[in-house]
Write a protein that binds this ligand. Structure first.
Ligand SMILES: Cc1cc2nc3c(=O)[nH]c(=O)nc-3n(C[C@H](O)[C@H](O)[C@H](O)COP(=O)(O)O)c2cc1C
Length: 397
């Protein structure tokens, strides 16, 4: 299957309707995904990226129905990760000498994964490749967005930026274009993708966006490597990225907890009540971490000014779903967010203190001492929970 993108550029990728987990079990993909590869046919024929390994046979067959593989002059690999390069070995069995254009780091990642010494041609930012008919490819290194090997490729005259993982989303969509997609799903998936994949690289991304903007490229289309392609006002997603990479916050406070006998749940609810009493405008959301999806929760934290995090004490520690999630929060390296810890206990009560320490270690600014509730709420501890909510609200107004 192919889809026309513009003039002599076709999408030759794979829509993966059934994908429910990505990166192993790390990333939830309720809306599926796509692996976008592109074929440019000018005086020179160029393939940009491939698709994930399980679809290699299908990909190569489709490509063969489109073009005599021997007439592919260049292959551009924007990023060596398996979901984009996984079909390369199968393809290279058929056209082993075709030059591959990629960054120096992509040579390392491709050789490291596939152990092949293909005809690599290393490119750097501003390098160009003439493809005839007055058009050329311009390469822009995107180091650490999100691997050291990442780059984007710009097609002049057609003004298409093949951005690879940047600006993508895990969203399977029949029509592949942003104007033909469900706008709410698209926005939510783009934000979730940013929060979970790109947040750790905020500072690099900020610099890179400035650099790309300073190139003054006319961009008519942003052809991502996952999800839909931005052709209607493509600058909208660049503008969103400019906001998202700059310590993004909405007027939201999120409470995350786990519980066995609901004491910590009721405490979470009282903290929420206190926040609402102090600030009637703020959006307050409460989630049970063990019953929620970690990636959705990370997106909620991404939107939040502050979080309150609670677990009962179990065997001198916290419940393990929360432990895992706090570890994940540390990986995401959020900045400029406030936090507080709480939890019920029976006799020793280590959990709130431990949560407090892990949040601090994850870069959150702790705005109060941990709240400890013995067994479950009394009038006194209920008031303390409400007061904690008010304190969080006051610190974020
Ligand atoms: C398996 C188990 C282990 C526990 N271990 C501890 C502990 O080490 N220290 C402690 O203070 N309380 C411990 N408790 C007591 C709980 O922290 C207490 O029941 C608390 O009120 C539960 O809060 P929840 O209603 O939010 O689940 C334990 C409870 C259970 C069920």
């Amino acid at each position: 299957m192919k889809k026309l993108i513009k003039n002599n550029v076709d999408w030759v990728g794979k829509i993966d309707w059934e994908l429910r987990k990505f990166h192993g079990e790390e990333y939830s993909t309720y809306n599926g995904s796509s692996y976008n590869a592109y074929l440019i046919r000018e005086e020179k024929n160029v393939l940009i990226d491939t698709v994930w390994l399980p679809y290699a046979d299908e990909f190569v067959q489709n490509l063969e129905s489109e073009i005599d593989l021997n007439t592919i002059d260049y292959i551009v690999i924007n990023h060596g990760e398996m979901d984009h390069s996984g079909s390369l070995p199968k393809l290279m069995e058929k056209i082993p000498h075709t030059p591959i254009y990629c960054t120096a780091n992509a040579v390392k990642s491709l050789k490291g994964q596939y152990h092949k010494d293909w005809n690599f041609n290393v490119v750097k930012t501003d390098d160009t490749l003439d493809i005839g008919n007055g058009k050329s490819l311009v390469f822009v290194e995107m180091r650490m967005l999100h691997w050291p090997d990442s780059m984007a490729t710009y097609l002049t005259k057609d003004n298409i930026l093949f951005s690879n993982d940047a600006f993508g989303q895990h969203y399977a969509s029949e029509h592949l274009f942003n104007d033909l997609s469900d706008q709410c799903v698209l926005y939510q998936e783009a934000l979730k993708y940013y929060a979970n994949i790109l947040t750790p690289f905020n500072k690099i991304l900020k610099r890179k966006l400035d650099e790309v903007m300073s190139l003054n490229l006319d961009i008519d289309i942003i052809a991502t490597s996952h999800g839909v392609i931005w052709r209607d006002n493509p600058m909208q997603i660049i503008e969103k990225y400019q906001q998202w990479c700059d310590q993004y916050q909405e007027n939201q406070i999120t409470i995350l907890y786990d519980t066995m006998w609901n004491g910590t749940k009721h405490t979470a609810e009282m903290i929420a009540e206190g926040i609402r009493m102090a600030d009637s405008e703020v959006v307050v959301k409460v989630f049970n971490v063990a019953k929620s999806d970690d990636n959705d929760l990370a997106a909620e934290v991404f939107k939040s000014k502050a979080i309150a995090v609670g677990s009962p004490t179990v065997s001198n520690s916290m419940l393990r779903a929360l432990m895992g999630f706090l570890h994940y929060l540390k990986e995401l390296k959020f900045q400029n967010k406030k936090a507080a810890a709480f939890g019920c206990y029976g006799w020793s009560g280590e959990s709130p203190k431990e949560i407090h320490a892990m949040l601090e270690d994850a870069g959150f600014e702790l705005i109060s001492e941990p709240l400890k509730v013995n067994w479950n709420l009394t009038d006194e501890t209920k008031e303390q929970a409400i007061e904690l909510g008010k304190t969080i609200a006051r610190h974020t107004m």
